[in-house]
Design a protein around this ligand. Structure first.
Ligand code: COA
Length: 398
């Protein structure tokens, strides 16, 4: 690795869905005390994709402003992390590459390890930049989290895409070495290829997450990482926002520190506001935490932020980042807030209909009515091919 080279997140943009189901509406349907959702798991609402939205349309919407601001000439790699892939062979990033009209001299690949995949993509991107600092990597983390109706996981559903431009001399966050890594073979959450909804042992997944926090932190310290007190804030993976609090409490305990709820709120609080409104976006969730922190904190210039990325199964990584001077001028806070507030609330019945929507698998031409007001849409499934198009022009891109 090139010694003093500064590499990290140069730009970050996210998108979410057309529709939103509030936990108030869900609670009114299933008779749950809404306090369990609001206070118990820390969730207010969940993003619900329209029938003409998926990980590709969200990813293209997230990445388009980045390509518009920086151009695509230096982006020679797109790494797309997801656990809700739309094809078993073709990388979803190729559809995004096409929708955004990016140069053919690009490598595109898809990565998977549950909710950890976005961090793997980011770390691999950092490695590529160290090899050639003149290049940039577009990292995309996009997911639609979906559990069976009336399952305890249902209240933690959500959907979003985060796009990050990774390069040398980053404008937002410098990614530091070392990383602390951890893997354990655990079946806490998984989705066999034949299922549209994930299987989860909720309690087991919380225990596995906490075990992974401990393991990743242990390795981080053994690798010569920073002391806990050096971090101003921590971005945790948030399957539901209360999990970040549980995880941070556990980390303080592991480090032999007092459980001071005010300190925990100060170090975690700002990272949860987007996730509480969007729900679990799997690979994107930890970076929605970063977006919420950067968009809302007073001034983090020169401060260290800790990242804990967890993916069931399970893999975790702890690493640090330093916020770069001038970062506030490059934030997209207004468009991030607009992505959340533009969503249209839906009834429980409409949510259920969308939840159960599935394309026929007969290879016929199955157009999808226009529902989204986002910039890209899934226009049809035709001959087993997903047909995407920019919403305004109506031109089909395959
Ligand atoms: N007011 C306030 N809090 C309430 C409440 C009420 N009326 N009713 C329940 N709660 C609290 C509970 O005490 C509990 O808090 P705790 O975890 O701090 O003890 C919390 O709300 C959840 O209640 P619980 O009974 O455990 O909910 P559940 O059986 O429906 O399961 C999950 C919750 C998170 C396990 C479930 O949503 C799930 O399986 N999620 C998917 C997997 C996941 O997110 N895994 C995380 C690691 S990746």
């Amino acid at each position: 690795m090139s010694g003093d080279l500064s590499v990290g997140i140069h730009d970050l943009s996210f998108s979410t869905t057309q529709f939103v189901l509030t936990h108030q509406t869900l609670a009114a349907h299933n008779g749950t005390d809404v306090g369990k959702y609001h206070a118990g798991i820390g969730q207010r609402a969940m993003s619900v994709p329209a029938a003409d939205e998926d990980i590709v349309t969200m990813a293209a919407a997230a990445a388009a402003p980045i390509v518009a601001r920086h151009g695509a000439d230096r982006i020679r790699t797109i790494v797309f992390a997801t656990e809700t892939s739309v094809d078993q062979a073709k990388a979803a990033g190729i559809h995004v590459h096409s929708l955004l009209g990016m140069p053919s001299a690009t490598r595109v690949v898809e990565l998977k390890q549950a909710c950890y995949g976005g961090t793997a993509a980011l770390q691999f991107a950092v490695g590529l930049i160290h090899r050639d600092p003149s290049q940039q990597v577009l990292v995309i983390a996009a997911d639609v989290s979906k559990y069976e109706l009336d399952n305890p996981g249902e209240a933690t559903q959500g959907a979003a895409a985060v796009a990050m431009l990774v390069g040398a001399d980053p404008a937002l966050v410098r990614i530091e070495e070392p990383s602390g890594v951890f893997t354990a073979d655990i079946m806490d959450f998984w989705r066999p290829n034949y299922r549209a909804t994930a299987l989860v042992d909720g309690r087991e997944s919380i225990t596995a997450y906490l075990q992974a926090v401990q393991g990743a932190w242990k390795d981080y310290t053994e690798q010569g990482g920073r002391a806990l007190g050096e971090f101003s804030a921590f971005c945790y993976h948030q399957p539901f926002t209360k999990m970040a609090y549980k995880a941070h409490r556990h980390l303080l305990q592991v480090c032999g520190q007092e459980i001071d709820e005010e300190r925990i709120a100060r170090e975690i609080g700002l990272t949860t506001s987007y996730n509480a409104e969007i729900g679990n976006s799997y690979t994107a969730a930890v970076y929605l935490g970063l977006a919420a922190l950067l968009d809302q904190a007073d001034d983090l210039t020169g401060r260290a932020v800790g990242f804990l990325s967890y993916g069931s199964g399970s893999v975790a990584e702890f690493f640090g980042g330093t916020v770069v001077p001038g970062y506030r001028e490059r934030l997209r806070s207004e468009s991030h807030r607009a992505a959340i507030s533009r969503r249209q609330p839906i009834t429980y019945a409409r949510y259920r209909e969308l939840h159960e929507h599935a394309f026929p698998v007969d290879g016929g031409h199955h157009p999808v009515p226009t529902e989204t007001t986002g910039p890209y849409r899934l226009a049809a499934l035709s001959g087993h091919k997903r047909i995407y198009e920019p919403r305004q022009s109506g031109l089909a891109h395959r």
